[in-house]
Design a protein around this ligand. Structure first.
Ligand code: HEM
Ligand code: HEM
Length: 401
């Protein structure tokens, strides 16, 4: 049993690589489909879905590294000669499918991995090497585009596998030749003198097919300049009342999901602020913040967060924080109520304020408990979604009178 290939046979290393990759890919495909189809309406269901996704991602990454090793092995060694070098068209199709498979072995897991790295939260890869990828920024739009690529490329991969297996079976059953046995048992086949094989053309066609599929995704996905231009948090809308106009700001929050911190924010909100450094009757002013709950993003779980169990944005499109501003230990505190999902709860937001001329910069943080707003009732413990939600408010405002 030789490790290296010869013109007559596949050595055991090439065969081991082939069948291991096939096994991993043929396990990853049904796992991906199954994970996608699973519900996530209860804590147990979400936990199971995440576990299946974690195994899918981990197997997929193993398949990626195996494919790298396999390709390295293939390019540094010999390829067994074709059994029917005279059948030009058949060889062209076989080579085209081989090239599509080689491309898929790298690009399918890579697109899944880029999707995973571009968004935060949900099912982690089961390894100790971190969840991010160098050069891949956190971006919802990039994540969506990579997910669309992953979806489409898995279909291209599935078609290639079907054609590939059909070809192998045709050789075995109809031609009754040694093609399949060369790959299973390492059987040696008679050596034909190799005629010029059209492998270069089939490689180009495989690349064109892949590029075409990628172009179709790019054409329908958000434009890349929008991805680059989209800030992580949008500036607040101009307020209409009060003596301060918000010019810039962010309303962000963080929650633990499966032990990992997931960061979210609201893209659309407005604030009416009346404030004076000199307190009157112990109060410095009043603030009302209106938040468009539908504008929230929360990593890969934005849709779940908008759903009935959490923000329920269809029934409760607005959240309102209304508070008095009072002095507190050299800084300030906004003491009031937050109405979220129609539930009113007292909330105190301590904040720091720097006023320079007519420009003020404020920064405050408050930790809320999602249970106070009956959020995520189906997630009764913290194993999937933490109880604490850390809200971070930062804004710059200018005095208007
Ligand atoms: C995900 C699954 C699979 C992938 C990615 C895959 C990929 C590949 C690739 C890239 C080659 C070319 C090898 C080379 O040029 O060195 C190859 C060869 C081969 N594969 Fe697969 N394969 C898969 C599954 C299968 C299955 C299920 C069968 C059998 C039914 C099979 C049978 C063969 C045979 C017989 C060859 C040798 C073809 C020849 O001599 O030209 N493969 N495979
Ligand atoms: C050879 C490797 C892989 C194969 C064959 C594969 C295959 C699949 C398939 C068939 C689906 C279901 C698509 C559908 O619903 O039609 C899927 C979904 C998914 N895969 Fe993979 N995958 C691979 C690697 C990876 C890797 C490495 C990751 C991440 C690190 C990943 C992340 C995902 C995610 C997040 C989804 C769900 C996408 C969505 O919600 O739209 N996959 N994959």
């Amino acid at each position: 049993m030789t490790a290296r290939n010869s013109p007559q046979h596949f050595g055991w290393v090439a065969r081991l690589f082939h069948w291991l990759t096939a096994l991993l890919i043929l396990t990853a495909i049904p796992l991906g489909l199954y994970a996608n189809s699973l519900p996530f309406d209860t804590s147990e269901a979400l936990s199971w879905k995440a576990q299946v996704f974690s195994v899918h991602k981990t197997l997929g990454i193993a398949a990626f590294f195996l494919a790298l090793g396999r390709i390295l092995w293939a390019v540094t060694g010999e390829r067994p000669a074709p059994l029917h070098p005279d059948r030009k068209a058949e060889m062209f199709v076989a080579h085209l499918v081989h090239w599509l498979l080689y491309l898929s072995m790298l690009i399918v897991p890579l697109s899944g991995w880029i999707h995973h790295a571009a968004v935060t939260g949900f099912a982690p890869i089961l390894w100790p090497f971190g969840q991010d990828l160098p050069l891949v920024p956190k971006s919802e739009a990039l994540g969506e585009a990579a997910a669309a690529m992953h979806w489409l490329f898995t279909k291209l991969l599935a078609v290639s596998i079907i054609l590939h297996v059909a070809g192998a079976l045709k050789h075995h059953v109809i031609d009754k030749d040694a093609t399949l046995r060369r790959m299973t048992r390492g059987e040696r086949a008679p050596h034909h003198p190799v005629l010029t094989t059209p492998t270069f053309l089939s490689a180009i066609l495989a690349l064109v097919l892949y590029a075409g599929a990628a172009a179709a995704v790019v054409a329908t996905a958000p434009r890349t300049d929008e991805i680059a231009a989209a800030p992580l948090t949008q500036p607040a809308e101009q307020s209409t009342a009060g003596n301060w106009q918000v010019t810039d700001g962010s309303l962000a929050f963080a929650v633990k999901q499966m032990g990992q911190t997931v960061n979210g924010s609201f893209g659309n909100w407005s604030a009416e602020i009346s404030f004076d450094e000199t307190p009157v009757d112990g109060r410095n002013g009043q603030v009302t913040v209106q938040i468009d709950t539908g504008s929230l993003t929360l990593g890969s779980v934005t849709d779940q967060a908008k759903g009935n169990d959490f923000f329920n944005v269809t029934s409760f499109p607005q959240a309102i924080f209304s508070a008095e501003i009072l002095p507190e230990g050299g800084d300030y505190i906004a003491k009031g109520t937050l109405t979220l999902r129609g539930i009113e709860q007292p909330v105190d937001l301590p904040f720091t304020l720097t006023v320079e001329g007519n420009t003020a910069t404020m920064s405050g943080q408050v930790t809320l408990d999602r249970r106070a707003f009956e959020m995520g009732k189906a997630y009764a413990d913290e194993s999937n979604v933490g109880f604490a939600v850390v809200v971070d408010v930062n804004l710059t405002a200018t005095r208007s009178n």
